[in-house]
Design a protein. Structure first.
Length: 652
């Protein structure tokens, strides 16, 4: 039986930090690897040792198999844990690790190959008696064949990358006319993310629920399931909130799903942690989607309801031990929910964000709350990787208690410095549909497309502007304080497109009144201590965490982080942009330039495609005109705010 003494973690961010915690608890030394972009990352300092493996680009660092194996040899590691993403489901890497005499903490290369190819996986599942979604998963991949198979499958349908997951290389197609462009886009994204542009086609199950089952197998032939997780709360096939057990699944369906998941794992002699994913329609009919041959992002939800450490189970199984528990010994307790904190701007098309984290201090974990984070105060979120920076995880005695705990945790743990989806998470968790357990995989996308939905942010209020002005006045270093008498002074603030002037009145050295337009707010008391404003209005005291940096003030209000700027100068980035000089909305790689000097464009025409954090973003014209100059090139880097091209025409 093997014994792991030093574990190299071939990953980054929150999952690398999380794996290191379990390794330390088990007395196993840990080794981090890092790219040039992650030199000062949190996971680097969390491990006992760290080895540099290459440039920021994942292809030259976290996907560089030889560099990672060389790092393991350099530090004397005897095992490699791949985490999730990157090389975690790469059969070649699993084989290379074992050929190098290293324990690969994961399933066999054969199991990874069988389940990693979605087409082969469907064939294996059909043979094992697991129901699958109708569609096409053949090897013939020319456009004509795929178009014909799409017609045979019928619309609407789903194009899916054969070699990956996580929503990459996936497109919904509703009619034959849009199939060609959707196929080309899916192939480009799949090739970039997974190194293969092969796809399969599946009938789209509208208003379905994404239910997955955690499975574990060992080298002794034992296989168990650890119940299901509901991952239906998604945007563009990217999971946002996961929970266990599913509010939709009854005991009969739970037993069926668990049985199919175990059969799927047995069909490939599965060892280690894996997840069997199903799409379930409104009538409770379930169909196999895919099997993820790794630890999932949402594994903490299962840990919360079972009381088990799944990374510990992985390490023990990798050493040749039997599963710690049999099926009858695994019980479900309470309700767990996980919400993913993404560095993105929900109010601007969910554009990925990058930059320094000014303040983020998650609380210490307890049996009922936990934050798995890859960042903390002073860290930098690079533009090169996935946008997820942390996960909020809770366990309640029941679902209602878990929702309340999650809302409190998000509200109490703001991240300042870059935009995140924290306010979006609060609105989603607070929506009637979520509270009733009615989420489907399309619901959030439908909400976003409709406007005025439960997840759209409310307008910034006069009260919000008053709070920002009060923080500016009382923040240490401000020159607003008056020692006696009555004094009034004003400040002009901007938040997004909204701009207000706030009048503040001081009486006998105390801030007494904030006035915004016709709204006057009498202040009983206002004190800042550390990074918290305690504001008393009509005998009621409320507290808001805040961060002030020069002329910028950010504060948290029920999970929403609002950012204000003082006295905006002309030409500020927040001023209205010039439609004749369209800019890159994100920092990333220019994958396509669709115009050149002399190209005639109309409003809405695509100008370029930029890939950031594995997602494609199209830059479009907002006016009619003729392109005069193009400032970017395919394969080059574009920074957020950089002018893409210059257009001659009307529209200023």
């Amino acid at each position: 039986m093997k014994k792991i003494t030093k574990l190299l973690i071939a990953n980054r961010g929150e999952i690398a930090y999380r794996i290191a915690r379990t390794a330390h608890r088990m007395g196993i030394a840990s080794v981090a690897v890092y790219s040039e972009a992650d030199h000062d990352a949190l996971h680097v300092s969390a491990c006992d040792e760290a080895v540099a493996i290459g440039p920021a680009a994942a292809s030259q660092s976290y996907l560089n198999q030889q560099a990672i194996i060389d790092a393991a040899r350099l530090c004397g590691a005897d095992a490699i844990h791949p985490g999730y993403g990157f090389l975690s489901e790469n059969a070649t890497f699993a084989s290379a690790c074992r050929a190098a005499g290293l324990v690969f903490v994961g399933p066999s290369a054969d199991a990874i190959s069988a389940m990693g190819d979605k087409a082969e996986a469907k064939a294996v599942m059909q043979k094992a008696g697991v129901p699958t979604v109708p569609g096409y998963s053949g090897n013939t991949q020319d456009d004509k064949t795929l178009a014909g198979e799409a017609d045979r499958t019928g619309y609407p349908l789903l194009i899916k990358a054969v070699g990956g997951g996580g929503g990459r290389g996936m497109r919904i197609v509703r009619d034959a006319a849009s199939f060609g462009e959707a196929l080309a886009s899916a192939r480009r994204e799949a090739l970039s993310a997974f190194g293969s542009d092969a796809v399969l086609l599946e009938r789209l199950i509208e208003n379905g629920r994404h239910i997955e089952v955690q499975v574990f197998g060992d080298s002794h032939g034992n296989v168990v399931h650890l119940f299901e997780r509901d991952c239906s709360a998604q945007r563009r096939h990217q999971k946002i909130i996961e929970e266990a057990p599913s509010p939709f699944v009854d005991e009969t369906l739970r037993e069926r799903l668990g049985g199919w998941a175990v059969a799927a794992a047995r069909a490939v002699a599965y060892e280690g942690a894996g997840t069997v994913e199903f799409i379930v329609d409104a009538d409770g009919n379930a169909f196999f989607l895919e099997m993820n041959t790794r630890l999932q992002v949402e594994h903490p939800v299962t840990e919360m309801i079972t009381g088990l450490d799944l990374v510990e189970w992985q390490l023990r199984v990798a050493c040749g031990e039997e599963l710690p528990l049999g099926q009858e010994q695994i019980s479900l307790c309470g309700h767990g929910i996980e919400a993913r904190l993404y560095a993105e701007d929900p109010d601007n098309g969910f554009m990925p964000q990058a930059g320094p984290v000014a303040h983020f201090e998650p609380p210490q974990g307890t049996p009922t709350i936990r934050v798995d984070s890859g960042v903390a105060t002073g860290c930098v979120v690079p533009p090169d990787y996935d946008a997820m920076v942390a996960k909020f995880i809770v366990q309640g005695a029941d679902r209602a208690e878990a929702i309340a705990l999650l809302q409190r945790l998000i509200a109490d743990t703001p991240l300042f410095g870059i935009k995140t989806n924290s306010g979006f998470l609060m609105r989603l968790v607070g929506s009637d549909a979520f509270r009733r357990g009615e989420m489907t995989t399309r619901m959030i996308d439908d909400w976003i497309g409709s406007g005025g939905s439960p997840v759209h942010a409310a307008s910034v209020t006069d009260h919000d502007f008053a709070l920002a002005a009060i923080i500016s006045a009382l923040n240490p270093g401000g020159d607003w304080y008056r020692s006696s008498g009555v004094a009034e002074t004003g400040i002009e603030l901007q938040c997004g497109a909204e701009r207000r002037k706030v009048l503040l009145r001081f009486e006998r050295g105390r801030l007494a009144l904030a006035k915004v337009g016709d709204v006057a707010i009498a202040i009983d008391g206002a004190v800042v201590a550390g990074s918290v404003l305690a504001l008393t209005l009509q005998g009621r005291t409320v507290r808001h965490a805040y961060h002030a940096n020069g002329g910028q003030i950010a504060f948290a209000n029920n999970g929403e982080v609002l950012v204000f700027e003082e006295r905006l100068a002309p030409g500020s980035a927040r001023e209205k942009s010039d439609p004749l000089r369209p800019v890159a909305p994100v920092t990333g790689v220019v994958t396509r330039v669709l115009v050149e000097a002399g190209t005639e464009v109309v409003a809405g025409a695509a100008l370029a495609v930029i890939e950031a954090m594995k997602m494609e973003t199209t830059v479009a014209a907002t006016v009619d005109g003729r392109v005069n100059i193009v400032h970017i090139v395919e394969g080059g880097q574009a920074k957020a705010g950089m002018v893409v091209c210059e257009i001659e025409g009307e529209g200023k």
